[in-house]
Design a protein around this ligand. Sequence first.
Ligand code: ZN
Length: 332
Amino acid sequence: MMYSQVLKDILMEYEKKRDKAIYEQRIRTQKVYKKIPRIKAIDKEIWETGLSISKSIIDNPESYKENLQKVREHMEKLKMEKAYLLTEGNIPLDYLDIKYECKQCEDTGYLSNGDKCNCLKQSLINKAYKMSNVESVLKKENFQTFNIDIFPDEQFEGESMTPRENMVNISSICEGFVSNFNENNEENLLFYGTTGLGKTFMCNCIAKALLDKNKIVIYQTAFKILEIIERRRFGRDENRFDDSQYSLLFDADLLIIDDLGTELSNSFTNAEVFNIVNTRLINGTKTIISTNLTPKEISDTYTDRVFSRVLEKFIPLRFYGPDLRYYRWEVK
Ligand SMILES: [Zn+2]
């Protein structure tokens, strides 16, 4: 449903592009007609000749072929003269053509066989990126740039897995999450652990991989989500954009809530965040929550018992190890 709305918006932009291309072609045509009136007469004759062909096909389906050759020759002569006049007037031969941005689909978005044109596919991806809120960072942070070597391969505070082994495990779960994304498997992820351990990086990897698969991904901090909710509730500004921001929280294929628990929460906002996550669970759309709190601290913060039950639907993945923001400078 979400996807079709985005597609509809894009196709409306395409229609505007087409209208603009046709409008500009008309302006150019008028200019040329004014400069070289003979071309206007030629165009009129070409058009009328075209009509007469259609007419003779209908009127004399038996004999039209005989005339056709003559008419074609006449048509060719007219076109030659037109080309000659344009060249004489120093006007490029394609000056009177409609200049579509995309020659393949003539700005319709679709090829003649009904497939989506690459330009339409690209617009869909670009749109999804823009809405995701992560456009700029994704070039740097994705599964391809993920370097497992920055995680130390030594025992850490009595954990059974080293931080590196733990990250290998987490990243394979995340890659599985991406490749099984279309399955209705109720897979949601909870990233927890202190800052600087790669939670955000992993969120970016997943966002990028899914955006590349044409999914709608929304990445927001819990703080920003509350802002969106409150702006809507208290109607501080009632423009349509904010409403679409709000509905995207429900409708996106993946919602990533970053930094849950750092926002100043009250029972109203908690209920609203819960409402979003729960609605998504019911609809079978997926959510990733990233937080510095432990699951215990989360249930203390979000005292709502229902909220704890919602969190049970998430696969908890614990990030631990030395703070990478400092550690990464020591390795290599
Ligand atoms: Zn195209």
